[in-house]
Design a protein around this ligand. Structure first.
Ligand code: F6R
Length: 615
């Protein structure tokens, strides 16, 4: 994880680096640091804490001058978050300065070797080992920085996006990538480096995304030189035009990104199906799918790999794919899948779901599936992300940047894409009736207005949050399509409020969790109109007879559950198949308000990071 930023050009680097780090804080926020170079003196400042703490320290400790700079916001992997372990790190001579996102797996053996050769270390990090390895190679081989980086990285096992400069070369930064993302913004006579394009979006629309095992030597006033790390061969740069704009990465009047992103859902769901869903004409057109429909239809099974919230979207997809397209689906945690020696054949289609497109476990699962000959389809939000490039084909969710660490709009837009794919396949396969197909197209088309209506209940949900903010445990129950929503509701609550919460299929309650129920236990039950409505009502009765407190998500106009529940959160009537798109809204809002009332940082919950690029 971690976010890295760099600048080389004619402007002062400081404001670019600091603002860039603030935009990348979603990637990690336990410590931060910056190094600035004016050609004479390196100014380096780093601290435990957030970028705002770094800013305060910079004011006290260093000059903010230099046209070259690198900065880092960290999610600790090796060594506790403290000042010393924060990046940037110096080499022993003080000539080289590095920032690093990733993990060097064989750092212990390299460190031993370097210690034998007289190197000393002040931090516990793998990064300090890497910078000294580069220094050692540079001295031993008597080569320039770029060559030393290339040789050193060939000795390294792990993942990295690095930026490094040499005090003796004030016009040059060397960057390299394997596993972790790295974008280079190309300006007029200036270059920007970052983990994603957000730090430099107001300066340039042109960017190069380094591929794995590539490095770049970036010199002020010269063309970028991209090389393969393996053999030092030259690679022609591919400059992309960015589609991001500044507005998308700002809070737009909301106090928190999470709230902004919750409220964006009606419009981003529309963006997800814009030009793809032509409801009146009965057409679904997904560019990435058209050429591969046969692969899906003839697949023995679809295996969905993902993590966290994206995995929950995959669980919803299991219901819709099997229901409509009659293709067997398995949904796997990417982290387990890759280590299980899974049975995968060329007749399998693997769908990888990832908002960030950078999740290390999902990426590793994709690589494994490809090795075994499966066709791999990606559903990502971040355009140009590693997973979107590693898959054979795919569909972007077009939700726009999701900056709040807790995933919200990514979930609903992933489900939107998966719903379109399932409907399309069912149509081609003939496993859905014409009337059902048309009904769902029309219903999907009007989902944004239903999501907007669900959001209007915000004030009522805030009142419910006031009642339960001090609860120490929550249960979330749902059946069928809304079982994954129960899991997602529980995840949202625990990750931003730190209240323990469990999601369960409602019927499983009596196989264990029912023992937890007493008059203190709030139980959120998703009890909207569905084929299982009566069963859910029975589950609610079972809870009531054990004095549990029911907070029910119900369909507008519901009378039965309203009578039984202690609190209700209404959502518009929707076909059960599409109901996760609306039932998830009150659960997002409930978590948001509880977390806020507990004074939690809802955008940056403790210990988490947005893009999990470590295994
Ligand atoms: C939860 C959350 C995480 C992510 C998970 C996968 O709110 O954000 O559980 O869903 O880390 O991330 P992506 O989708 O980027 O692969």
């Amino acid at each position: 994880m971690c976010g890295i930023v760099g600048y080389i050009g004619n402007r002062e680097a400081y404001p670019i680096i600091i603002n860039g780090l603030k935009r990348l804080e979603y990637r990690g926020y336990d410590s931060a640091g910056i190094a600035l170079y004016d050609g004479k003196t390196i100014q380096l400042c780093k601290t435990k804490g957030k970028v705002a703490d770094l800013e305060a320290n910079v004011e006290k400790e260093i000059c903010k001058t230099g046209n070259l700079g690198i900065g880092h916001t960290r999610w600790a992997t090796h060594g506790v978050p403290n000042d010393v372990n924060s990046h940037p790190h110096y080499s022993n001579s003080g000539d080289l300065v590095i920032i690093h996102n990733g993990i060097i797996e064989n750092y212990t053996s390299i460190k031993k070797e370097l210690i034998n050769r007289g190197y000393t270390f002040s931090s516990d990090t793998d990064t300090e080992v890497l910078v000294n390895l580069i220094e050692d190679v540079k001295k031993k081989e008597n080569v320039k920085l770029g060559k030393a980086v290339q040789i050193a990285l060939n000795q390294v096992v792990g993942a990295y996006a690095i930026a490094i400069f040499d005090k003796n070369k004030p016009d040059e930064i060397v960057v390299a990538k394997l596993g972790s993302p790295l974008a280079i913004g190309i300006g007029d006579d200036e270059f920007f480096i970052a983990s994603d394009a957000s730090p430099f979006i107001e300066f340039t629309n042109n960017a190069i995304y380094l591929e794995d095992e590539e490095m770049a030597i970036i010199r002020k006033g010269r063309d970028i030189e991209i090389r393969k790390i393996k053999d030092d061969s030259i690679v022609a740069p591919y400059v992309q035009e960015l589609q991001l704009n500044l507005e998308q990465i700002e809070k737009g009047g909301y106090d928190y990104f999470m709230l902004k992103e919750i409220y964006e859902q009606p419009s981003v769901i529309k963006d997800t199906f814009r030009g793809r869903l032509l409801a009146d004409k009965g057409i679904i057109r997904l560019g990435g799918l058209e050429d591969y429909i046969e692969k899906f239809i003839n697949a023995d099974r679809i295996i969905i790999v993902a993590c966290g919230t994206s995995w929950h979207a995959g669980l919803v997809a299991e219901y819709i794919f099997e229901d409509w397209a009659r293709i067997p689906v398995e949904v796997e945690y990417a982290s387990e899948f890759r280590y299980r020696n899974p049975v995968i054949t060329e007749k399998d289609v693997v769908i990888a779901i990832s908002q960030s497109g950078e999740t290390a476990d999902t990426l590793a699962a994709i690589k494994l599936a490809k090795e075994k000959g499966a066709f791999v389809y990606g559903i990502c939000n971040v355009v140009g992300s590693t997973i979107s490039r590693a898959t054979h084909s795919g569909t972007y969710t077009h939700a726009g940047p999701e900056i709040g660490v807790a995933s919200t709009k990514a979930f609903t837009t992933q489900i939107t894409v998966l719903t379109m794919i399932a409907l399309k396949l069912a149509r081609v396969k003939g496993t859905i009736s014409q009337s059902d197909y048309m009904l769902h197209l029309r219903e999907l088309d009007i989902i944004p207005s239903k999501v907007a209506k669900a959001l209007k209940k915000n004030d009522e949900i805030e009142e419910i949050a006031k009642v339960f903010k001090d609860a120490t445990n929550f249960l979330y129950l749902g059946r069928g399509y809304n079982f994954p929503v129960a899991l997602e509701g529980a995840l949202k609550l625990k990750e931003i409020s730190y209240i323990h919460a469990e999601g369960y299929p409602a019927a499983e309650m009596k196989h264990g969790p029912i023992a937890l129920i007493d008059e203190q236990m709030p139980i959120v039950v998703i009890a909207v109109n569905s084929n299982h409505y009566d069963k859910v009502v029975s589950n609610i009765q079972e809870i009531k007879s054990r004095k549990g407190i029911i907070i029910a998500v119900v369909t507008e106009g519901d009378t039965v559950v309203r009578e039984l529940a202690d609190y209700i959160m209404e959502v518009p009537n929707t076909p059960e198949t599409l109901s996760p798109l609306v039932t998830t809204i009150p659960l997002q809002l409930l978590s948001y308000h509880i977390a806020l009332m507990l004074d939690r940082n809802v955008d940056q919950p403790r210990n988490l990071a947005k893009a999990v690029t470590v295994e």
